[in-house]
Design a binder for this molecule. Structure first.
Ligand code: UFG
Length: 323
């Protein structure tokens, strides 16, 4: 059985939908930002807190867990600057509690959701796993601290792990049964689609004087189902003993500017957006684009879904949003 912590959240719920096809799954989520309705009915659901050792012990005592996948983190860069305590408490301290209980119960396999924010402001066009890690905000620091703990725990306690550093997760499940629903929403694609649906007055483009072709920030958008599939491959590699301590970037190697994303949304939906140019948002690097060559070479994974597909699936979800 696989324990998915944070399996009711955006990325976790998409992973669970794929994983239940292959494995028995138990989801632990405190529903602070996740949605109970997003959890596939084939998974066992336990409402509980990652930072609560009793909740964790109960889960590990009740189910024969062979691996843990950890999605239960706060992930807003801006919020992490305003309230770093929240980030270190949940993303670092609670993860430490989870690892402690795993070690106690001799569960040795761990898949960790990390982030492009560990790289800070990169000085390369395509970021690979050897690129320097130098976070510029508490969110990125919190994720990198856990990566460091994993490396140390691997040496001392024989923990096997795969760290997956996501770039910009986006899109929704093809069925439109689950999708991205944050409150408040801060991510670009949902914000654009909300404006096109008429539930938001305008889209503010945060900065148009960056050192990029059109002056707006470039990001590497990756379909959430592609992300989910990378987790399945990483899990298989861990369980088969093929991998024990690896870090992989997950992106599609293509950068799109904020303006290009807005134009693609207009094209996919056939609706014109109401856009205003605004000030830069603190902490935004001009360009973040991944090289995912390593995971392609080693596990055969690459992103299959285009920006158009990401937006089309997200649009289907937003038009019939269920939660
Ligand atoms: N943007 C706008 N207007 C908006 C919202 C976003 O112009 O209303 C811009 C941002 O400035 C940025 C781009 O759109 O240039 C993408 O912004 P998102 O908020 O969608 O995503 P981020 O790149 O800020 O964040 C993502 C992940 C984080 C991760 C970060 C790494 O969501 O978890 O990448 O830098 F930490």
């Amino acid at each position: 059985m696989i324990l998915v912590v944070g399996g009711a959240g955006y990325i976790g719920s998409h992973l669970v939908k794929e994983l239940v096809e292959k494995e028995d799954v138990v989801v632990l989520d405190n529903l602070s930002t996740g949605h109970r309705e997003a959890v596939d009915k084939r998974a066992i659901f336990v409402k509980g807190d990652l930072g609560n050792e009793d909740d964790l012990q109960m889960v590990f005592r009740s189910y024969p867990i062979k691996a843990v996948m950890h999605f239960a983190a706060y992930s807003l860069v801006g919020e992490s600057v305003i309230d770093p305590l929240k980030y270190y408490e949940n993303n670092v301290a609670s993860t430490l509690t989870l690892l402690k209980v795993m070690i106690k119960f001799k569960v040795k396999n761990f898949i960790f959701s990390s982030t492009a924010a560990t790289y800070g402001i990169p000085d390369v066009e395509l970021i690979d796993e050897e690129s320097k890690t130098a976070p510029i905000n508490p969110y990125g620091h919190s994720k990198l601290m856990v990566e460091q703990m994993l490396a140390d725990f691997s040496k001392s306690y024989g923990l096997n792990y795969v760290v997956l550093r996501y770039f910009n997760a986006a899109g929704a499940h093809q069925s439109a049964a689950i999708g991205e629903s944050h409150d408040p929403e801060t991510h670009l694609i949902p914000i654009i689609l909300q404006q096109l649906l008429g539930t938001r007055e305008k889209i503010s483009v945060f900065g148009s004087d960056y050192d990029t072709a059109d002056g707006t920030c470039i990001r590497d958008y990756i379909h959430v189902t592609d992300l989910a599939q990378a987790h399945i491959l990483a899990l298989e590699a861990l369980l088969s003993g093929e991998k024990s301590t690896e870090t992989y970037n997950l992106g599609n190697g293509l950068g799109y500017s904020v303006k290009e994303v807005i134009e693609t949304c207009e094209r996919v939906t056939g609706i014109k957006a109401n856009v205003e140019m605004a000030e830069r948002r603190a902490g935004d690097p001009a360009r973040l684009v991944a090289s995912s060559q390593k995971i392609y070479t080693e596990l055969g994974w690459k992103a299959e879904r285009s920006l158009e597909k990401i937006i089309a699936d997200a649009w289907n979800w937003h038009q019939n949003q269920l939660y």
